[in-house]
Write a new protein. Structure first.
Length: 510
């Protein structure tokens, strides 16, 4: 028989706000009021965050508007027929990082490849947004994010998602978690991460903790969160392409990887090095989250989960405190423990935190779009291949596939090309592929090695997908410091020498 949940003030508050998007990308002053005044379903939900949701929506609109300008900007420059490359480049200033863009002035012997320039400008807009978003502070109501997450019983969160671009807003919009607590976020087709690589990432994270003076194994754990995706509107066609739009297959295979990851660490390092794992599903039509709450032993089941959309509906008429208490009770019931069980406290509260955050996103989507997004399918602008870039959070922005070599994840890249190629080829456009390698600025020579590696990867992409009758691929190479900051585009002839583009601006052209 389950014990009665305590009614005293909880140890943690679900009302902790993960980051201050309002401070760095403010919506209009009236945005929160206008949102709250909506009569559409979800706008007045007790767990809605109208000001935060309005700011996120306004930021998303600005990003979409920037990409929407690309084609018309290229058309204007092409029609103007600039004789000077510098003048043509100046005409594009402010839209994106023009160091990604090749020659904009030509002649009858060497005409400008405008399809390539359009793809490069898409990447340039993405690069500009990377700078803008990376400069956003990750504040946590005056408290360090890593201290807050430790209260949940974890010291780092590693997130693996599918490469599908409809999940590109997962961190900021769907989960609403601060970047400071995310030790790593990598994407693979079907979210099927290589277990050996995940173990190595865990080892690096724990080594950094040791070198920073933390105990190797204290009362906190490393959490590996795997997120698959599904479609509630068209489950047979708009689910995960890598799994044939089979939700159960997507969830089951990811769960197997999470279990293999935990087992590998236990075998190698013993029981004291146990990690926590968590499985979640993302409905890309509504942004609703499924959280497969573990039982008391940490086991998960693809048929046992809590759905934020259903919780949104069941708490719609409650007060805010009643709604939060309802979530706590539902998480405990799903886990099969009392709502005040001390052994499972951290995981229960983290699951509740994710669900509470996601209910606010479900409310936001309903307030703006009704039953779900109007674009159920793919509308990605580019493919990001190599190392991950999470600074720009926008649904349907980029198909992201992580790899250290093209051969290693060629199948992932092929999935992305199939998704973007069908649409862009019909429009006479190329598929922009941004190939990225990160370098550690504290390691001498690492930047030059990253430049050489990213150019090898770009060359492999070009060889693997030659221009023929099918979709055209246009790849651009860039490097970035592991500490963040701007992308730097790499020109092949100057790799390893502080690369510069054909115009001397640091760019790369195909």
């Amino acid at each position: 028989m389950m014990r009665t949940a305590r009614r005293t003030a909880p140890r943690w508050s679900f009302d902790w706000q993960p980051w201050a998007v309002l401070d760095s990308f403010p919506a209009p002053a009236s945005a929160g009021q206008a949102w709250q005044g909506r009569s559409t379903p979800g706008a007045n939900h007790p767990l809605a965050e109208p000001e935060l949701s309005a700011a996120l929506a306004a930021r998303a609109e600005r990003m979409r508007a920037a990409f929407a300008e690309v084609e018309s900007a290229i058309e204007r420059v092409a029609a103007a027929g600039y004789s000077s490359d510098a003048a043509a480049r100046a005409a594009l200033a402010g839209l994106g990082d023009v160091s990604a863009v090749g020659p904009l002035a030509g002649n009858w012997k060497h005409p400008v490849d405008w399809v390539a320039r359009q793809a490069e400008l898409v990447i340039g807009v993405f690069a500009r947004l990377v700078v803008e978003m990376s400069e956003r502070p990750a504040m946590v109501d005056g408290e360090a994010a890593d201290e807050v997450i430790r209260r949940f019983g974890f010291h780092a969160v590693d997130i693996t998602t599918c490469a599908d671009g409809r999940m590109a807003g997962l961190l900021d919009h769907v989960l609403r978690v601060p970047r400071a607590i995310v030790a790593a976020r990598r994407s693979y087709a079907g979210a099927l991460f290589p277990v050996a690589e995940a173990v190595s990432a865990w080892e690096r994270a724990e080594l950094r903790r040791l070198r920073n003076g933390a105990e190797p194994f204290d009362n906190t754990r490393f959490l590996k969160l795997g997120v698959y995706h599904l479609s509630s509107r068209d489950p047979s066609h708009e689910g995960c392409a890598a799994h044939g739009s089979d939700d159960r297959k997507a969830a089951g295979m990811l769960l197997e990887r999470l279990e293999a990851f935990a087992a590998a660490i236990a075998r190698r390092y013993g029981d004291r090095a146990t990690v926590a794992t968590l499985l979640a599903g993302h409905d890309t039509d509504t942004d609703s989250l499924r959280v497969h709450v573990p039982d008391v032993a940490g086991r998960m089941d693809i048929d046992r989960f809590l759905c934020a959309r259903l919780l949104h509906d069941s708490t719609a008429t409650m007060s805010r405190e009643e709604a939060k208490e309802h979530i706590r009770q539902e998480v405990a019931a799903c886990m099969g423990v009392a709502a005040d069980d001390p052994a499972t406290e951290g995981m229960r509260w983290f699951c509740g935190y994710l669900l509470k955050n996601n209910i606010a996103q479900v409310a936001a989507v309903r307030a703006l779009y009704g039953d779900g997004y109007p674009d159920a399918g793919h509308e990605e602008r580019l493919i990001v291949f190599g190392d991950p870039i999470d600074d720009v959070q926008l649904r349907n922005l980029a198909f992201q596939a992580q790899a250290q070599s093209v051969e290693e994840r060629a199948a992932d890249l092929a999935v992305g090309l199939r998704i973007l190629g069908q649409r862009l080829h019909a429009e006479g456009l190329a598929v922009p592929v941004l190939v990225v390698r990160s370098f550690d600025p504290d390691i001498a020579g690492d930047e030059q090695e990253a430049e050489a590696a990213v150019l090898r990867m770009r060359a492999a992409v070009v060889r693997m997908f030659p221009h023929g009758d099918g979709p055209r691929v246009h790849a651009v190479a860039a490097v970035r410091a592991t500490s963040g900051g701007p992308l730097r585009f790499v020109h092949e002839s100057r790799a390893g020498q502080g690369a510069h583009g054909p115009c001397g601006c640091g760019g790369y052209r195909a």
